[in-house]
Design a protein. Structure first.
Ligand code: NAD
Length: 327
C-alpha cells in the first residue's frame, strides 16, 4: 500500500472510531458492538505501525477514553488513569512475555487477574477517610462522582488505618441487577441499557446520587496508586493488603511463574464466564514486582507492564438501543 492510500484509510478510520468513542465513553450509548470497534481499532494500529509518520495526536491510538462532557464537576488525575494494551491470541501473549523478559533481562512473575467489564474508578482517602471518587474520563481529567460512590455498599468510607491512599478499580453492575433494572425499564416503557457496562457507567455518572443508590452497583479494587504508603512490593501483596483494608478485591487471581498456568486460567474462565455473577471480557497479566513496573513505565496510552487477553465476543448480546442520558 502506498502512503497516500494509507493516509486516506487512516483518516476514515480515525473519524469512524472517534465517533464510536464519543457515543461509548461520553454518552454511554454505543453505536456498535465492542468486537466491531476492536476490529477497526486493530486495523488502525496495523496501518500506523506500517506508516508511523502518519500517526496524529487525535488518533484513537494516542487517546485514553474521551473528554467528559457531563455536568458533573471535573477532577484532575495527578497520576493519569491509562488504558491497557490488548491481545487476542496466546501467541501474542508469548510475544508480550518475550518483550518483558528482554526489557528487564530475566523472566518475571505475573499476577493474573480477571478483566472486569465495567468502568474504571479512582478513590482517594485522606487519613483513612474517603474524600473523592472520580471516573477516568480522558485519563487526565475525569468526573467527580464522590456523592455517588458513597452509595456503593462495598466501598469503605473509612479505612481501619489512617492512611493517605489512592486506589483504583472497576465499578460494575452485577448481571442480576442489570436484568432487574432492564426489566423494570421495559415495564415502564423506558429505553433499556445495551449491556451491564453501559448500565454501570450511566448509573455512576448521575447528577442525582439517589438514582445511583438504587442501581446496586458494585466494585472490584485492583490497583493502589501509592503502594509506598502501605509498604508492599508486589501487586499480589497490594491486593492482599487492600482486602485487609476492607476493599472488595476479586479472589479469582494467582501469581504465575510461566505462561502455562496462564493458558489454563484463560481456558477455565472462558468456560466459567457465563456462570460468574459479573461480566468479564478477558484476563489481565501484570508484572508482579512493583519496582519492575516502575522501570518498564508507560507509553502515552498504556502501561508497558500489563496486557489484557480479550475473550472472543459473546454470542448473545442485547440489541443496542439508544439509552437515557440523564446527567
Ligand atoms: P479496556 O476497557 O479494554 O481496558 C482498560 C480498562 O480495563 C481499565 O481502564 C480498567 O477499567 C479495566 N480493568 C478491568 N479489570 C481490570 C483489572 N483486573 N486490572 C486492571 N484494569 C482492569 O480499555 P479502554 O481503553 O477503556 O476501552 C477499550 C474497550 O472499550 C475495548 O474493549 C473496546 O471494545 C471498548 N470500546 C467500545 C466502543 C464501542 O463503540 N462499542 C467504543 C470505544 C471503546
Amino acid at each position: 500500500m502506498d502512503q497516500q492510500t494509507a493516509q486516506t484509510q487512516l483518516s476514515q478510520l480515525r473519524l469512524e472510531l472517534n465517533r464510536y468513542r464519543k457515543a461509548y465513553y461520553t454518552e454511554d450509548a454505543p453505536l456498535v458492538e465492542d468486537s466491531v470497534y476492536d476490529q477497526k481499532y486493530q486495523q488502525l494500529l496495523q496501518l500506523e505501525q506500517q506508516f508511523p509518520e502518519l500517526v496524529t495526536p487525535d488518533s484513537p491510538s494516542q487517546l485514553v477514553g474521551d473528554v467528559p462532557a457531563s455536568n458533573l464537576a471535573k477532577v484532575t488525575h495527578e497520576i493519569p488513569m491509562l488504558s491497557m494494551g490488548d491481545v487476542f491470541s496466546f501467541a501474542e501473549l508469548q510475544e508480550f512475555n518475550e518483550r518483558i523478559k528482554n526489557a528487564v533481562g530475566h523472566p518475571v512473575d505475573y499476577n493474573v487477574e480477571l478483566k472486569i467489564d465495567g468502568l474504571a474508578l479512582s478513590l482517594v482517602y485522606q487519613q483513612g477517610q474517603l474524600v473523592q471518587g472520580s471516573t477516568r474520563g480522558d485519563g487526565s481529567i475525569g468526573e467527580d462522582v464522590t456523592n455517588n460512590v458513597r452509595t456503593i455498599k462495598n466501598i469503605p468510607q473509612t479505612l481501619p488505618e489512617p492512611l493517605d491512599l489512592e486506589v483504583r478499580g472497576e465499578c460494575f453492575m452485577p448481571k442480576a441487577a442489570f436484568a432487574k433494572l432492564n426489566n423494570q425499564r421495559e415495564q415502564n416503557g423506558e429505553t433499556v441499557f445495551a449491556n451491564p457496562r453501559n448500565a454501570a457507567a450511566g448509573s455512576l455518572r448521575q447528577l442525582n446520587a439517589q438514582i445511583t443508590a438504587q442501581r446496586q452497583l458494585s466494585t472490584f479494587i485492583y490497583t493502589v496508586v501509592n503502594p509506598q504508603n502501605i509498604a508492599v512490593a508486589t501487586q499480589s501483596q497490594a491486593l492482599e493488603k487492600m482486602t485487609q483494608l476492607g476493599y472488595h478485591v476479586n479472589p479469582e487471581r494467582f501469581v504465575s511463574h510461566d505462561l502455562q498456568g496462564v493458558k489454563a486460567y484463560i481456558a477455565k474462565y472462558q468456560q466459567l464466564r457465563d456462570q460468574l455473577p459479573y461480566g468479564i471480557d478477558g484476563i489481565v497479566l501484570k508484572v508482579n514486582d512493583l519496582t519492575l513496573q516502575q522501570q518498564l513505565g508507560n507509553t502515552v496510552k498504556v502501561p508497558r507492564w500489563e496486557i489484557a487477553y480479550k475473550f472472543p465476543p459473546e454470542e448473545a448480546q442485547t440489541t443496542i438501543h439508544q439509552i437515557e442520558w440523564t446527567v
